[in-house]
Design a protein around this ligand. Structure first.
Ligand code: ZN
Length: 287
């Protein structure tokens, strides 16, 4: 690929994450976990609206109705974006805080936690009924979640394992089936963080401290390597009016002041045009 990612929002995010394209308003939602902020960026006007919460926000999701779902601290609940008010529905016992999350094809919200103690975190699923269940135990740093276009596979990253795994996924019940490894990233620079899928079923994975997005086909074959001018590349999603632009979040953390001088674009939101690929509209929470 000859195109390269360009910074479109000089956000200086401490830890930008959870980019989600809102296809109803043509805006990009994203969070800065460490600054406890939810952002909504309008690429057409360049405007970025910010809401600051009182705890770290790991991820947000769109709803079929108004408002957002969010994972804040160790709680899942509803976020009123206009008022900046978070109403927790559930608080979980496992992990130190919530991290990445995404809605499944049936409108559930899946989100996982992270912890310093190996295996002490978990992946949870919030049903549209608001019921919560623990989908997966023995997790350490729950991160990217994405589905195959046929909706029968959930791709999942526990960052400390340094690989992309796939689960058979039962959309009717929201249950996980057999687990397998699709991409082993132990010998690639950095560690896998967020990921997204395109309409061909290829996987686009952000490499934190690896300064890159790597693109794989569903068999695990490397198709493309996109480098960025910043080390901490956290997540990506397709956006733009025809869902053909790849939006990429990054972070400054844990760079020192000296390092930041070398990476002036750290924490920016980047956009890559001309990928030749397209995403699908993001699933929305059905409750
Ligand atoms: Zn992440």
């Amino acid at each position: 690929m000859t195109a390269k990612p360009e910074p479109v929002l000089a956000a200086g995010a401490a830890l930008g994450e959870s980019p989600i394209w809102d296809d109803r308003t043509n805006t990009l939602l994203w969070v800065d976990i460490h600054r406890r902020q939810v952002h909504r960026f309008d690429p057409a006007s360049g405007r970025n609206r910010t809401v600051t919460l009182d705890q770290p926000v790991g991820s947000v999701a769109l709803r079929q109705g108004p408002g957002l779902i969010a994972a804040v601290g160790l709680s899942l609940g509803a976020l009123d974006e206009e008022a900046g008010e978070f109403a927790p529905w559930h608080t979980v016992p496992e992990g130190e805080r919530f991290n990445d999350g995404a809605c499944d094809p049936a409108g559930r919200y899946l989100a996982g936690t992270l912890t310093d103690s190996p295996g002490g975190a978990a992946l949870y699923s919030l049903e549209p009924s608001k019921a919560l269940r623990r989908l997966l135990a023995d997790v350490t740093l729950s991160n990217g979640l994405a589905w195959s276009p046929d909706e029968q596979t959930l791709y999942y990253i526990d960052t400390v394992l340094e690989r992309i795994d796939a689960f058979d996924y039962e959309t009717n019940t929201g249950s996980l089936g057999a687990r397998r490894t699709v991409v082993d990233l132990r010998n690639s620079p950095g560690r896998p963080d967020g990921l997204t899928t395109d309409t061909d079923g290829n996987l686009w994975v952000a490499m934190a401290k690896g300064a890159a997005i790597r693109c794989y086909d569903p068999s695990g074959l490397l198709l493309d390597l996109i480098t960025l001018p910043v080390p901490v590349v956290t997540s990506c999603t397709f956006g733009g009016p025809d869902l053909s632009d790849l939006y990429i979040t990054t972070g400054q953390w844990p760079a020192t002041q000296d390092q930041l001088a070398s990476y002036p674009d750290a924490g920016a939101v980047f956009r890559l045009r001309g990928t030749g690929s397209k995403g699908r509209p993001v699933y929305r929470f059905a409750g």
